[in-house]
Structure formats: structure tokens, C-alpha cells
Write a protein that binds this ligand. Structure first.
Ligand SMILES: NC(=O)c1ccc[n+]([C@@H]2O[C@H](COP(=O)([O-])OP(=O)(O)OC[C@H]3O[C@@H](n4cnc5c(N)ncnc54)[C@H](OP(=O)(O)O)[C@@H]3O)[C@@H](O)[C@H]2O)c1
Length: 259
């Protein structure tokens, strides 16, 4: 069990990649805190995860990760309930579609806040808790790590998602800055960049035959990914198996960029 005795927090865990990652951590022994804005989604996800295990491992905390007060409350909850945080997965994200000339300043702010400011706020506030926990230990051998979910769009700007592409490129570079700053505490920080994955975020697009055809044509593996295939890589980056990896981005795009 790679995550026995490990407290893991996953943002955006009510659906898609976050939910799959939370399930993977819990199935490997972690206590998992599921964070998202919609309580009913979190409850459903936690129930599903707990029903698949002998001992319930998933708990929920509804919060908006773009709101500093919510994140501070989340940190207080984690400290009081667990007194520790080993793994943080900044997965919450989302986008709207528009060309640059049609993008409003409001759209721009929404996408930056959801994808980039959220990673900054949660990393700053919960990263502090992780660093304090590491500081209390006589050595820093306990595996502690942060995994930020970026995107293929952070490497190659996607059509009609200029704000999202810019934000995700920001996540990849912020990850490197954070990795440098937290290295003194033995906390590794990496990002995972998924290509096209079947989740509620891409559900609408996946119903469009042209879109699905374009994914098949442009992806070396000729298909979209599944949330579990990204969760597996997130879990690897978070685990002791990746003990010498920090400040890296792992592209999991089915071979989109090589085509
Ligand atoms: N699917 C893909 O093809 C793909 C590709 C590359 C990267 N990604 C990235 O992967 C991550 C997960 O996306 P997904 O595909 O799994 O989509 P998803 O199912 O829509 O998951 C995103 C989750 O984030 C939560 N969320 C959004 N804004 C939030 C906020 N302000 N505070 C707290 N939680 C928030 C949502 O729940 P609530 O609305 O209830 O808060 C939702 O559960 C995102 O960062 C996305 O950009 C996805």
C-alpha cells in the first residue's frame, strides 16, 4: 500500500480526474479529503469510494478554492482533524470557450482564478501546513508532495481556449517555482498535464462526432484518455516511487504532441 498512514487532499474531487485520483489514493491506504464546491457531488463521490473499501477512507470538505477565506477554513479543518497533510493534489479547474477577440475580461478572470489563482492559494496555505509538519520531524524522510493538474493546453495552446492555455502554462511554471521553494522541507512538487480525457469537462465535446474524429486523428494512441489513466500518473508523482522527481511536468496526452 503506497499511501498507508498518508493524509491526501484532492481539490475538484467530486467528478472526473479528481474523483478517480481520490479513489486511487484511498484504495492504496490513504485518508482522503475530497474538496469541491458542490456538496452533493462530493458526498456521492465519497460514498462510492467508501463503499469500495472495508474501512471508510474518504471525507469531504465543500470549498471554493478561488476564495481565500474558504481555503483558510479548509486548512484549519485539516489541521484540527488530521494534524498533518502529506499529499496535496491541486486538480480543480475548468474553462469556457471563446476566441481572444470575443473573450470578456470577466471570462479571463474566471478562468485564471479557477485554474491558476486556486493553485497559488491552496499551495500557499496548505503548503505552509505541510512545511510546518515537515519542520516538526527530526528528518524529512516522510514522503510529502504536491501534484498540480496542468494540461496539454499549457504546452500547446488549444483552439478557443486562450485564457485556459495561458493559465495552464502558468500552472506548469508555478509548479517549478513552488518546487524550488519547498525543496528545503523535502516536499516535492510536480505537475501532470493530461491530453483529452473523458470527464464532465469534455462531455459536451465528446458528443460531437467531428471533435471525437479530430481527437482520434491527432492522438498517436487514437483515442481520448480515461480519468483512471491520469489518476494513475498523479498517484505515481505523489508517491515515494517518484522520490527524485521535483519541478517536473508529466505529459499524459496519448501522444498528441508527437504527432
Ligand atoms: N478532461 C480533460 O480532457 C482535461 C485535460 C487537461 C486538463 N484537465 C484538467 O483536469 C482537471 C480536472 O478536470 P476534469 O476533466 O476531471 O473535469 P471536471 O470533472 O469538471 O472536474 C473539475 C472539478 O473541479 C471542481 N471545481 C471547479 N471550480 C472549482 C472551485 N472554484 N473550487 C473548488 N472546486 C472547483 C468541480 O466541482 P464543483 O463545480 O462542484 O466545484 C469539478 O468537480 C482540471 O484542472 C482540468 O483543467 C482536464
Amino acid at each position: 500500500m503506497r499511501f498507508a498512514e498518508t493524509v491526501v487532499l484532492v481539490t475538484g474531487a467530486g467528478s472526473g480526474i479528481g474523483k478517480a485520483a481520490a479513489a486511487r489514493f484511498a484504495s492504496e491506504g490513504a485518508k482522503v479529503i475530497l474538496v469541491g464546491r458542490t456538496k452533493s457531488k462530493l458526498e456521492r463521490a465519497a460514498k462510492e469510494i467508501n463503499e469500495s473499501l472495508n474501512i471508510p477512507m474518504a471525507e469531504i470538505f465543500p470549498a471554493d478554492v478561488t476564495d481565500e477565506e474558504d481555503v483558510l477554513e479548509l486548512a484549519r479543518y485539516v489541521e484540527e482533524q488530521f494534524g498533518e497533510l502529506h499529499v496535496l493534489v491541486n486538480n480543480a479547474g475548468g474553462s469556457v470557450h471563446s476566441k481572444i477577440m470575443d473573450t470578456t475580461a470577466q471570462d479571463w478572470d474566471f478562468v485564471q482564478n479557477t485554474n491558476l489563482k486556486s493553485v497559488f492559494l491552496v499551495s500557499k496555505i496548505l503548503g505552509k501546513l505541510m512545511a510546518e509538519c515537515a519542520d516538526k520531524e527530526s528528518d524529512i524522510s516522510h514522503n510529502r508532495s504536491i501534484v498540480n493538474v496542468a494540461s496539454l493546453s499549457g504546452h500547446q495552446a488549444g483552439a478557443h481556449i486562450p485564457h485556459y492555455s495561458a493559465a495552464k502554462a502558468g500552472v506548469i511554471n508555478f509548479t517549478k517555482a513552488l518546487a524550488l521553494e519547498l525543496s528545503q522541507y523535502g516536499i516535492r512538487v510536480n505537475s501532470v498535464s493530461p491530453g483529452f480525457v473523458e470527464t464532465p469537462l469534455t462531455e459536451q465535446g465528446m458528443q460531437n462526432e467531428q471533435f471525437v474524429k479530430a481527437i482520434r486523428k491527432n492522438t498517436a494512441l487514437k483515442r481520448a484518455g480515461k480519468a483512471d489513466e491520469i489518476a494513475n500518473v498523479i498517484a505515481f508523482a505523489a508517491s515515494q516511487e517518484a522520490s527524485y522527481m521535483t519541478g517536473s511536468d508529466i505529459l499524459v496526452d496519448g501522444g498528441w504532441l508527437i504527432k
